[in-house]
Design a protein around this ligand. Structure first.
Ligand code: DX5
Ligand code: ZN
Length: 224
């Protein structure tokens, strides 16, 4: 498998009654990351789970917890998510007035800081923060639900962000989340994404080990 490409399966499409088993199955399948979608019913119209569940899962899993916060004013909960075991904490630019402060706090807590942008949010929202970010998450659907279709203009956005990062000589990762499939993976990787999230196109297609290899093979085509 391509070592520099990461697929982060989103538990939003896993069996909510068997999260611990699903994480174990991901680990057995060779996955390194798990994408945890935290939703508060305000920033997005859906509700999922918070720090107590992440804390219990942390005790059972060694996967890298890629924690995507779709909550209003996430600065109120950063320490709780870190204490629960989040390895990376991603906050939406649209969810807080003081984005730089939130990112600095995530780093201070010892987690990898990341910022997510909704599809319509311009890259300028994150431009000056790039040097202090481990990753930028470009949403390619409007967040809140799994199983939506990829918004085609987001491919240009990946390309523009790749150019912005390379022009500055930075190593910030680009993650894409929403409507990602093995079919659009080659184009996303060719455009400059190196971490992809997949919910429905991953969990709907067991066995997981085989599906993971399918994504890696598609990524290899994009980087060729
Ligand atoms: C959507 C979430 C995604 C979601 C993606 O708001 O942020 O992580 O699980 O699901 P798919 O891959 O089905 O679009
Ligand atoms: Zn997500």
């Amino acid at each position: 498998m391509n070592a520099s490409f990461i697929l982060s399966p989103s538990l939003l499409s896993a069996d909510f009654g068997r999260f611990a088993d699903e994480l174990a199955a991901l680990e057995d399948a060779g996955a390194a990351w798990a994408h945890l979608d935290v939703m508060d019913g305000h920033f997005v119209p859906n509700i999922t789970f918070g720090p107590p569940i992440i804390k219990r899962l942390r005790q059972k899993s060694r996967l890298f917890f890629d924690t995507h916060l779709m909550i209003e004013r996430p600065e109120r909960y950063l320490a709780e998510f870190r204490d629960a075991g989040a390895d990376l904490i991603c906050v939406h630019a649209e969810s807080t007035v003081h984005l730089e402060r939130a990112c600095a706090e995530i780093a201070r807590l010892g987690a990898k800081p990341a910022v997510a942008l909704n599809p319509a949010t311009p890259l300028s929202a994150v431009e000056y923060l790039l040097p202090q970010l481990f990753m930028v998450l470009l949403m390619s659907v409007n967040p809140g639900f799994g199983g939506q279709s990829f918004l085609p203009f987001c491919l240009d956005k990946v390309r523009d962000l790749r150019a912005m990062i390379d022009a500055r000589g930075l190593s910030t990762h680009i993650q894409v989340d929403g409507g990602v499939t093995p079919e659009n993976t080659p184009a996303l990787v060719a455009a400059g994404a190196d971490i992809l999230v997949s919910g429905s196109a991953f969990f709907g297609h067991p066995p997981y080990g085989e599906r993971l290899r399918t994504f890696h093979e598609a990524a290899r085509q994009g980087s060729a």
